[in-house]
Design a protein around this ligand. Sequence first.
Ligand code: XIL
Length: 358
Amino acid sequence: MTKTAGLHYDQYPALKEGYKDYFLIGTCGPLAAPRAELIGYHFNAYTPENEMKAQHVQNVKGAFTFGALNALLDNVAALGDIKLIGHTLAWHSQTPDWMWDAPALDRAAALANLNAHIDRVLGEYGSRLYSIDVVNEAIGTPHPNDWRASVNKGEGWYLALGWEWVELAFVRAARVVDKNGWSCKLYYNDFDLDSAAKAQSVFAMVRDINARYAGTRPNGKPLVEGVGMQGHYNEDTKPADVEASVRLFAALPGVRVSFTEVDLAWRNTGTLTRDQAVAQGQKYAQLFQIFKEYAAGPANTSANPKLIERVSFWGTNDGDSWKAAGLPLLFNAPGGGQIIAKEALVAALYPDEYQNGR
Ligand code: XIL
């Protein structure tokens, strides 16, 4: 083993350096000291965890509030060469109900709201973004052979617009990006995509949408350019299932995959025991082995499809995680300005050695 866990974060090679010829390495979350320095050191992509969600940028119809997001993105950009990722334009959660015109659910009114939101938010940020999650979490109970029946029928956008809501959002986002000549990639993002049935529903949806809108964008771009596998994993997650879904998405022409919100929660309420920390490291190492073997970058010399362009963690240190009780991330912050590497960081840096050395 090249390194042991437990040292300050800057005593290790930067993750972004280790993976620079494979994929981007991202994170999200607060910049409170010393996290900004940590983010600048290890990461080259950043997603606002909440600040771009509808509730934060247009809670009141027509009143766009970009102050907090502008300040955050400016502070992140000041950390160095770091790609900004948008999250998210159309979702059922953290979105005010008026957007889908609840309770009337008038189709024309809801569509006007969706379009106005996308025009304004993507219009404001699209020039600065590497990619954006246009639609988040549209699939409910999967029907692998009928993606339209798989679109979650309880979500506001569905209630107002039907299954078409997914492509309506993408069409509008593409209009904004393309008329400005921007490169911001348009992603569909969802959780549990290591479930074969759900992955098949997303696969069928993206294949169908991209086929029906083929030729509508410049330079042959597909309408949906990427699938985001959120990657909220736990100790029961099977890396082989993750790999199977990556292979499935690789059959979508011109479509990339990113792991957009990776964490690995342990059934635990206090601190990880040494054995648990190592077991978590082992699972991270297995996942990173897969990420490397399907990486889009030139360092991937495997015979596999090459499509993973970004691996982002959903946070930096465990205490700041939305799943803090599961201690799911690479670092912990014991206080006093320290951010300490867990076994998970060593595993993510050295997946081959980590699996072989223990
Ligand atoms: C979570 C944030 O991490 C929390 O701070 C917030 O309270 C709720 O949302 N899928 C997503 C993310 O796409 O936006 C969610 O983020 C986690 C699940």
